[in-house]
Design a protein around this ligand. Structure first.
Ligand code: A3P
Length: 314
């Protein structure tokens, strides 16, 4: 679907670059394989994000500042939440940034567009860890990795992508569930998470892991430990205030009243839809018992060697 006011112009797409895969309804879906990610052609053609073929290269060679922070998460895992918390910690101010998270998102901008962001920058991405700038490893920059139980990620991303204009998901939840557990959205959740776990274990990157559920159940210790990781000195009162400002209700309100979405034209209605429920265990309202059991089987198999522990319920 065409979206008004494209921000970028996509380069020529050659026939040989296009893969055609069947969608759930037997129709043909056009995608491109970019560095192992399955990218719908519509995402590139729309011009609302930079041409990803070019941008993954630019991102790899991007010049980073010595104090840059990289926030990584699979989509719908709590990226906005942790981004806002991190910015309050680094600025030392109990204020929401007027800049939306999307303006600091690697795949939604070209690296040079981040030059205007004052230090200390917290850049964020849903790209796999291997696609981070090489300087992240070379300069041992701080990486925050946010995790959320994947059943809630399925439900949250389904609702979100139903509303997306650029590449909307038009099928049923059943169909979405099958795609999520097989191909994945750009990248399969299991592949993404296991790759991140390798990076955590390998110790080549300086990574701090945050679980959505821990942050939700007990925000103060989770924010405190993030602050220690980042070396942002602050007292308990300050941290308690961040937890309050960054509660679901607080962030939902800020998204309406504070964020300058007009300046950043990426589907502003959709951006406001980021705050849906903000709960743990909403998957129980959507998944059938059969789907849940099937997911458990896939999870047990794919994650059998993983030490990550997920909290699926309230
Ligand atoms: P739901 O769709 O389950 O409500 P991301 O920022 O990575 O896109 O993740 C979006 C998810 O995080 C949405 O989940 C959103 O509601 C939730 N979220 C955002 N801010 C939150 C907060 N302050 N507390 C709890 N959940 C939050």
């Amino acid at each position: 679907m065409e979206v008004a006011n494209p921000r970028y112009t996509a380069g020529e797409i050659e026939e040989k670059e296009i893969d055609r895969i069947p969608d759930m309804k037997g129709n043909v879906k056009e995608v491109m394989n970019i560095e192992g990610m399955v990218v719908p052609l519509g995402m590139i053609r729309s011009g609302h994000i930079p041409d990803m073929r070019e941008n993954v290269k630019k991102i790899r060679h991007m010049k980073c500042r010595d104090d840059d922070i990289f926030l990584c998460a699979y989509m719908r895992s709590g990226t906005h939440w942790v981004w806002e918390i991190t910015n309050m910690l680094t600025t030392g101010k109990l204020e929401y940034l007027t800049r939306p998270k999307e303006a600091a998102m690697l795949e939604f901008n070209y690296p040079e567009e981040f030059d205007e962001i004052p230090s200390r920058r917290t850049l964020n991405t849903h790209l796999p860890i291997r696609l981070l700038p090489t300087e992240v490893k070379d300069k041992k920059l701080k990486v925050i990795f946010v995790q959320r139980n994947p059943k809630d990620v399925i439900v949250s991303s389904y609702h979100f992508l139903k509303k997306a204009k650029m590449t909307p998901f038009e099928g049923t939840f059943e169909e979405y569930f099958t795609i999520f557990t097989t191909l994945g959205i750009l990248v399969n959740w299991f592949d993404y998470t296991l790759e991140a776990e390798e990076a955590v274990k390998g110790r080549e990157l300086d990574i701090h892991v945050i679980y959505y559920e821990e942050l939700k159940k007990d925000p103060i210790p989770a924010i405190k430990s993030l602050s220690e990781f980042l070396g942002t000195a602050c007292d308990d009162t300050f941290i308690a205030k961040i937890a309050e400002l960054c509660s679901f209700k607080g962030m939902e309100k800020a998204s309406e009243n504070v964020k300058e979405m007009e300046k950043f034209m990426f589907e502003s209605d959709l951006m406001k839809a980021h705050y849906r429920k903000g709960e743990i265990g909403d998957w129980k309202n959507m998944m059938t018992v059969a789907q849940s059991e099937h997911f458990d089987e896939v999870f047990a198999d794919r994650m059998k060697n993983s030490s990550f522990k997920f909290d699926f319920s309230e």
